[in-house]
Structure formats: structure tokens, C-alpha cells
Design a protein around this ligand. Structure first.
Ligand code: URP
Ligand code: ZN
Ligand code: ZN
Ligand code: ZN
Length: 483
């Protein structure tokens, strides 16, 4: 069975042009005029773009005494409904658990995925077993390793562990990732706030000011530079962290920053809502910031100092959030966004003139495919690429509501947001998952995507680091003393 996508404008990270697409065996077989196939998808008036890649999700993740509510089934169904055709989820060993053991757990869960997926591996503790197993993880095609500088007493690693792990990642040709917040300061501020009677969700924001994120980002950049490894900073929420990344990049360091759609659009006033549930549903780390920080993130996307827009989709029901009724530190951290990232970024970005359609494709798909070593299999409209495609109708409109969403939770942080620009059809490796805006089931269709280590950036950085490494000064010998 072949499919032709007819009459659309192909939009990639660097070009827009009118052409048809022929899809065979899950891949793009031809791009041109007047192509014929067994079935036809009408793309007139639409953009044909690489499907979105969300590089930051937590599906069915054990966290803060519970599990995130969207699993690989509902999570990837939500992804496809919004034009995202691949997710990269975090395999998360509990402290003391082996990496391969955690991978097995994630493989067991991911079998239900509707779209393709990959994993990052989290380094939540440090020891010989972790060091040893990292090689096998890379051999399986998982080349990015995430480190938490926050969540003290749970997932956080200290600087010595960070440095040791970063060096190992560098030697294996991988990419180091960080959740950058100063976990020691957050823990102290949280304890003090609670003691002073600040128990509500607004105290979550008070306990994690932009400074703690800026400091940790600077520290991670320094440690990555010493270790000679490329660094990817997840959920960059503020100017303090963006400034550190911008400066590092201007110095030639290999650092990427990932803002979330939530931080680009929602602000800290959410935490001051009189309704406890409203505020708690928006508790995530880092918290939402003010308008000045939002402007900084948009400017970063425009100027190229920030590279990728993700969701950090980690959804909890209202009931789960209420675990923290008496104590904000017990509110499970995380928000959803998988279904909404593409339409909201299109509406607020392309619809406002802050982003071009080509920049939209770069930020939602192509850049991360390149960074993570899976381009042009993913993130491209090229002959031979996987037919992960979204046929995007720039005139289609809707109001976001929890009632109409795919996610398993009972609310949506974007409730009431009006979007213009929605998927008409979505294809995952050539299989139509959304037709004329309606979901078709494809549970279990998703496949694991193995990624390549030692990409161009790794090789260039290693070359530079070995060229500039400290070397002993060659001397003719030291005269014996007293002679
Ligand atoms: O609050 C958040 N972001 N929850 C998910 C886990 C993480 O820190 O990424
Ligand atoms: Zn995080
Ligand atoms: Zn996360
Ligand atoms: Zn299939």
C-alpha cells in the first residue's frame, strides 16, 4: 500500500515549496509533481511538515510516591492528536537500581506506544555498576544521560558524581543532560517556607526562584566544559539560565537549551489563583515565571540561543495533586502538554510573527533529531526518511478543553486557550493516525528508535579538547641540588 500526500506546501527547517509526497513501506519514497499511489491524502491549503518530536516526556513514571497518569498508550495518543509523531522518554532507575534493569522496565511499558519513541537514561546515583552499564546503554542506541541537580534526597546527584558521570558520557560519545536547579538551596528554602506557614502551592514558586536555576545552569556548563562533553539543559524557564547558555554558546561551548511550551505561555500568576486545585495543577519544576522571563525565552528561540521546544509531559490527576494539600513539597511535580505543544507554539509563535514556519519546524522536530543523533531518519522530509508527517491546516481553529483531550487527566493547563493551526492528518511511519482531525487507533504500532553516539559535535569537541589538553613542559632536566 502506497500513499500520496497531494496538493500541499512542504515546510522543512530550511525550505518551503509545493510538491506531492509518495510514501511506501513507511518511508518517503518520492517528492515531486503528479505522483500516484494506492490512496491519496488531500493536503490542499495545508503545510506538510516533519511530525513533531517531543524530547522530554515522563510516561507512567514512578515519582513522588505515585505514577504519572499518562502511560505510553494515552501519552502517545495525545502526542499524535497534536501532530507529535515521536517522544523521547526518561528511563529512570531508582537510586541503587541498575540502568539495564530500569531499561527493561521501560521496554515493558513502551510496547503500547502509538508512535515511535526513544529513551534518555537518567543517572540518579553513582557507582561502579552505573559506570559499567553506561556502555551497554549506549550500545542499545541510548546516547543521552540526564542528571538531576534538584530533588535532594531522591534523584539529585552531587557535583563529584556529576563530573564523574559527565566524563564517562563524554568518553562514550554521548550527550549530558541536566535538570538545573540548586537542590540544596531549594531544600533549605522549602523547609523555611513550611516552618513560616507557607504551605500552599504558591510556596512551590517561592522555593525555586530563577537564581537557583541560573546558578545550577552555570555550574553544569562549567562541569561539562571540564569533562569535555556536550550539554543539553532541559526545561530552561528563565533569563538567568538562558543567559548562562547564551554566554556559553557565544564562547564556543557546545550547549543547547530547551524551553517548554508551558513556560513560554503560562506565567507565575497561576500560583496565586484562589482555587487551590488550579494552582496545584500547575506545580512543576522549574515553576512558571513572569513576562520578562517569557520574553527572554521567545528571544532565545528567535536568535538561536535556545534550540528546542518540549513539554516535560508529566501529568498528574487532581486527586494525585491533593496529596500535597497540607504541604506544597508533597504536590507531585509536573504538568501535561503533549497534545497542545504544536498548536499552542504555532498560534503564539508563528501566529504572532515571533517564529517563521521553518523556525517552527526546527524547534519542534529537526533540531532535536540532529542533537540526539537520529537525523534524517526523523525530523526531515527527504526521500528515505521515515514518513512521520503532519499535514497542518493553518486555518483550523479550536478552544483547548480537558473534555476533548486524549490525556488521562481531568484538567488541562491550557484550558480555554484559543488555537489557530491544527493537524488535519498525521502519519506515523506511513500509517494514518489522524485523518481529517479524527484519531484512529494504532496501539502498539510505535517502535524504539536507536540513536547513534559520536555525532559530529562530539567528534569536533573531542578533537578540540585533545588539542588543547594540558601537557607537561619538556625540560632538559633539573640540576642536582648543591652542584
Ligand atoms: O516538575 C517536573 N518537571 N516534573 C517532571 C520531572 C522533571 O523534573 O523533569
Ligand atoms: Zn526536570
Ligand atoms: Zn522532566
Ligand atoms: Zn504499524
Amino acid at each position: 500500500m502506497s500513499t500520496v500526500i497531494r496538493g500541499g506546501t512542504i515546510v522543512t527547517a530550511d525550505l518551503s515549496y509545493e510538491a506531492d509526497l509518495l510514501i511506501e513501506d513507511g518511508r518517503i519514497a518520492a517528492i515531486g509533481q503528479g505522483l500516484v499511489g494506492d490512496s491519496v491524502l488531500n493536503a490542499s491549503g495545508c503545510y506538510v511538515m516533519p511530525g513533531g518530536i517531543d524530547p522530554h516526556t515522563h510516561l507512567e513514571m514512578p515519582f513522588m510516591g505515585t505514577y504519572s497518569a499518562d502511560d505510553f498508550e494515552s501519552g502517545t495518543r495525545a502526542a499524535l492528536a497534536g501532530g507529535t509523531t515521536m517522544v523521547v522518554d526518561f528511563a529512570l532507575p531508582s537510586p541503587g537500581q541498575g540502568l539495564l534493569d530500569a531499561l527493561q522496565m521501560w521496554d515493558n511499558k513502551a510496547g503500547r506506544a502509538h508512535c515511535d519513541y526513544s529513551y534518555h537514561m537518567a543517572v540518579t546515583w553513582w557507582g561502579e555498576q552505573v559506570f559499567d552499564e553506561m556502555q551497554a546503554v549506549v550500545d542499545r542506541g541510548i546516547t543521552s544521560f540526564k542528571h538531576f541537580m534538584a530533588y535532594k534526597g531522591a534523584l539529585m546527584v552531587n557535583d563529584d558524581e556529576l563530573f564523574a558521570s559527565f566524563r564517562r558520557v563524554g568518553d562514550l560519545g554521548g550527550i549530558a543532560m541536566v535538570h538545573a536547579e540548586n537542590g540544596d538551596v531549594v531544600a533549605e528554602l522549602s523547609a523555611r517556607l513550611l516552618a513560616e506557614g507557607n504551605t500552599g502551592p504558591e510556596a512551590h514558586a517561592y522555593s525555586r526562584p530563577p537564581q537557583v536555576e541560573g546558578e545550577a545552569t552555570n555550574r553544569a556548563i562549567m562541569v561539562a566544559d571540564m569533562a569535555g562533553v556536550p550539554l543539553y539543559v532541559v526545561h530552561v524557564s528563565c533569563e538567568d539560565s538562558h543567559e548562562a547558555i547564551r554566554r556559553a554558546r557565544a564562547q564556543g561551548k557546545r550547549v543547547w537549551g530547551e524551553p517548554l511550551i508551558q513556560h513560554l505561555v503560562l506565567d507565575e500568576s497561576e500560583y496565586f489563583n484562589a482555587d487551590w486545585d488550579h494552582a496545584a495543577r500547575r506545580v512543576m519544576s522549574p515553576p512558571f515565571r513572569n513576562k520578562a522571563h517569557q520574553d527572554s525565552l521567545w528571544a532565545g528561540l528567535q536568535s538561536g540561543s535556545l534550540s528546542v521546544v518540549a513539554t516535560d509531559h508529566c501529568a498528574f490527576t487532581t486527586e494525585q495533586k491533593r496529596t500535597g494539600r497540607e504541604d506544597f513539597t508533597k504536590i507531585p511535580n509536573g504538568t501535561g502538554g503533549l497534545e497542545d505543544r504544536m498548536p499552542v507554539l504555532w498560534t503564539k509563535g508563528v501566529g504572532s510573527g515571533r517564529l517563521t514556519p521553518n523556525e517552527f519546524v526546527a524547534a519542534t522536530s529537526t533540531n532535536i533529531a540532529k542533537i540526539l543523533g537520529m537525523y534524517p531518519q526523523k525530523g526531515a522530509v527527504l526521500v528515505g526518511s521515515d514518513a512521520d508527517l503532519v499535514i497542518w491546516d493553518p486555518e483550523a481553529e479550536k478552544t483547548i478543553t480537558a473534555d476533548a483531550q486524549q490525556s488521562a487527566i481531568d484538567y488541562n493547563v491550557f484550558e480555554g486557550v484559543q488555537v489557530k493551526g491544527l493537524p488535519r492528518h498525521v502519519l506515523t511511519r506511513g500509517v494514518v493516525a489522524v485523518r481529517d482531525g479524527r484519531m484512529l487507533g494504532a496501539e502498539g504500532h510505535g517502535r524504539f528508535v536507536a540513536r547513534q553516539p559520536r555525532g559530529q559535535v562530539n567528534r569536533a569537541l573531542s578533537q578540540w579538547k585533545s588539542l588543547t589538553a594540558p601537557r607537561p613542559v619538556q625540560r632538559g632536566g633539573i640540576p642536582a641540588s648543591g652542584v
